[in-house]
Structures are given as C-alpha cells and as structure tokens.
Design a protein around this ligand. Structure first.
Ligand SMILES: [Zn+2]
Length: 92
C-alpha cells in the first residue's frame, strides 16, 4: 500500500531537527501476523507551527505500525527491487 508518513532524520542518527512528509510503499499486510493492514487516511498534523498532511491507518489485527518501522520496510522493499534507497523528500 502507499502512504504518506512523517520522516525524521534522527531515525538514522541525525540531529532530530529535520522532518518532512515522504511517500512510501509498503506491503498490504501486517508484517507481524500477515493480516490485511488498515486503509491509510490523511490527517492534518501540526509541528513547530507548520501544518502537514500525513496518513494514519489502524490495522484491524491490532498490531501498530510506527512511521519509523514503516519507513524501514519501505527501504527494504526498494532494496529488494534494486531501486535507489536514497532518502528523497517531496516537500521542502
Ligand atoms: Zn498484525
């Protein structure tokens, strides 16, 4: 499934001051139990006085996907496909 999440550079050892929405593609199914993930829906979100739109989804199985884990899954999927895994912001 495709979703927009908030990327944070401190996930990869950055200073934590850089964050922006990124579009990701991850599996349609929960990585823990294999059940179908919930549908992503956009949510307005405010950080440091700036408004962003990012997706939230609730998995019917009850397992919670963090943005960081979803982003890592997205990178692994790209790696599997032999695609460039450089972080590419579409915002800023
Ligand atoms: Zn699950």
């Amino acid at each position: 499934m495709k979703a927009t999440i908030m990327y944070r550079n401190n996930w990869f050892g950055g200073d934590g001051w850089t964050f922006y929405p990124v579009k990701i593609e991850i599996a349609d199914n929960c990585p823990v139990c294999g059940a179908k993930r919930g549908e992503p829906h956009p949510r307005s979100y405010c950080e440091d006085g700036e408004w962003y739109s990012v997706d939230n989804w609730e998995n019917p199985c009850g397992h919670i996907d963090s943005y960081q884990m979803a982003y890592r899954e997205h990178l692994r999927l790209k790696e599997t496909k032999g695609e460039d895994t450089t972080v590419t912001p579409f915002f800023r």
